[in-house]
Design a protein around this ligand. Structure first.
Ligand code: GLN
Length: 272
């Protein structure tokens, strides 16, 4: 799959450019029908060999600000910047494929993408299907309600309709804690928030940083003070791709050590 799309991408590049040069990740995005957020430093021709040179395909769901979102038709955010920094360390171009959050694990398992950076929480169930790198950020599951809501803590959620983003940890925890009948899953967090605004659900459980962005962008909503769950975000790769896992962990450690990861997070998240 991946090889085929890269060959197609290379063919398109050659067709559309006077010279068949490399690093034109927007062309490969056009070929695969996805958005692309960066071209980086690699000067070698595109290959699917992830051990040196070549392209790393990051999968994400770009409706999760400030980790991934669109700005002028480009996917930006903490995960895009971290992927770019990792790509630079490993000498690889990074292209970004936008898809449903729900599809990311299968996409990495089948080699459609090389890695998932999507504010993805490490969970034991997911660890059965993919490998996770060391964590690069902490996530918190928060509860959004309308300003006049009677819901004041997770204890009050029982008996209410809860909106979540499909297949996320918020979805999983709420189904476990309050029963599947109480939970309505939406494709994106934005859709869940829209449902809250129109009274289809009474609360939305979602990661704290997107929650802040949604509340800022929509009047009449607030985030409850009580955190629903605290979790670790990490990069997912295919189980058999131990080489990439090791490379990413080494690069991640260096980027943590030299302050790059923190400065990327600080660029998007202002301290309270
Ligand atoms: N952190 C949550 C999870 O991994 C949500 C991630 C997301 O929606 N992008 O399930």
């Amino acid at each position: 799959m991946k090889k085929l799309s890269l060959i197609l991408a290379a063919a398109l590049m050659c067709a559309s450019l006077a010279a068949c040069s490399s690093g034109t990740s927007s062309s490969s995005a056009a070929a695969s029908g996805s958005e692309t957020a960066s071209a980086s430093t690699s000067s070698e021709a595109t290959t699917d060999d992830t051990s040196s040179g070549g392209t790393l395909i990051m999968g994400t769901n770009a409706a999760f600000p400030p980790y991934e979102y669109y700005e002028n038709d480009e996917i930006v955010g903490i995960d895009a910047d971290i992927a770019r920094a990792l790509g630079e360390k490993l000498g690889k171009d990074v292209t970004i494929e936008d898809m449903d959050f729900n599809s990311l694990i299968t996409a990495v398992q089948t080699g459609k993408i090389d890695m998932v950076l999507a504010g993805m929480t490490v969970t034991p169930d997911r660890e059965e299907n993919v490998s996770f790198t060391d964590s690069y950020a902490t996530g918190i599951q928060s509860i959004i309600v309308t300003e006049d809501s009677e819901i004041a803590s997770p204890d009050d959620l029982g008996g209410h309709k809860i909106g979540v983003q499909e297949s996320t940890t918020g979805h999983i925890y709420c189904s476990d804690d309050y029963g599947e009948d109480s939970v309505i899953a939406y494709t994106t967090g934005a859709n869940a928030v829209e449902a809250l605004k129109t009274g289809k659900v009474d609360a939305v459980v979602i990661d704290n940083e997107p929650a802040k962005a949604f509340v800022e962008a929509n009047e009449g909503l607030k985030i409850l003070d009580t955190e629903y769950a605290v979790e670790d975000y990490a990069i997912a790769v295919a189980k058999e791709n131990t080489e990439l896992l090791d490379q990413l962990n080494t690069a991640l450690a260096e980027l943590k050590e030299d302050g790059t990861i923190q400065s990327i997070i600080d660029k998007y998240i202002t301290a309270e």
